[in-house]
Design a protein. Structure first.
Length: 307
């Protein structure tokens, strides 16, 4: 396992982190006992970063993680969760209550990193005047240690990075083989500000694993397939042959501190652990990937500011 310093926090974290959505059954039924066993295997293998959220399985992900860590392993983990769920207000009181509920489900007195979840849902002024002050109060009270923000809208992350109120950012599907638009502005900016970076969904919501998520629109899957056809020089096997290069692509980027794996089974976990050996893509192959999709976002244009 490779480790790195998590931005200006000074925390020592594994470059591979365990993503909490599958742990709560978001992508399909899971057995609680199997999930607990897998969490212990991840810790035994050197993973020390777990990322979750209240909305993952309506709290089930946090509950399962809490039960798995309750046997004396809490101090082994840098535990990250998020504040406020879809459709909720991001006001001061709701943010406080959201974190208090997470602490209870996680069976812990503190959360190492508390992130504002999908910040595109809320006006900037609300974040600055309500959400962020609530998190700062929780930090003063010792209930959280560091504050982060998450969204896949890059311009919003750039704006929040410049605010200098956050210790980390998290995005998804913005630094992967078929869409690496985060690399040109956001990653250098985060490095300049010493803000830690968490990269989610490096397999593009299943696209690069040849198992696209059912909610993805057909036209997007079609465009992704065309891009994947241009990556045959990286493919290891049929199917799932882009999983290894996709993982190495993210794990080897010096500006990405944690790459999340969405493992729901021990087999998937072990597969991804094998890529944590410090080996990235061949330099010529890396430059070829960059050249193929330079500045080309896979996902359609979105409104870049919150309402």
């Amino acid at each position: 396992m490779e480790y790195t310093t998590f931005g200006r926090t000074g925390l020592r974290v594994s470059k591979l982190g365990l993503g909490g959505a599958p742990l709560g059954g978001v992508f399909g039924p899971t057995d609680e006992r199997d999930i607990e066993k897998m969490i212990h295997e991840a810790l035994d293998s050197g993973i020390n970063f777990i990322d979750t959220a209240p909305s993952y399985g309506r709290g089930e992900s946090e509950r399962r993680i809490g039960r798995a860590l309750n046997g004396g392993r809490r101090n082994e983990v840098v535990l990250a969760s998020k504040a406020v769920g879809p459709g909720e207000s991001f006001d001061y009181a709701t943010t406080i209550r959201s974190v208090e509920d997470s602490l209870e489900r996680l069976q812990t007195d503190w959360i190492d990193l508390l992130q504002i979840h999908d910040v595109e849902q809320v006006p900037y002024d609300t974040v600055v005047n309500e959400t962020l002050p609530a998190l700062e109060k929780l930090r003063e009270d010792g209930k959280i240690r560091y504050i982060g923000v998450s969204t896949r809208i890059l311009s919003l992350l750039e704006r929040y990075v410049r605010l200098n109120g956050f210790d980390s950012i998290q995005f998804y599907t913005r630094y992967m083989l078929i869409d690496h638009t985060a690399k040109d502005v956001l990653l250098p900016l985060a490095a300049e500000k010493e803000i830690a970076v968490i990269n989610g969904s490096v397999l593009g919501l299943g696209l690069l694993a040849d198992t696209p998520a059912p909610f993805l629109r057909p036209n997007l899957v079609y465009e992704a397939t065309k891009r994947m056809d241009q990556l045959q020089f990286l493919r290891k096997t049929e199917p799932h042959g882009l999983v290894e290069p996709a993982m190495r692509f993210s794990l080897s980027h010096p500006g990405i501190h944690v790459t999340l794996t969405g493992a729901a089974t021990s087999n998937v976990l072990r597969t991804n652990l094998a890529f944590c050996d410090g080996q990235g893509l061949d330099p010529e192959e890396l430059q070829r990937v960059y050249a193929l999709f330079q500045g080309k976002s896979l996902f359609p244009a979105e409104k870049e500011e919150a309402k």
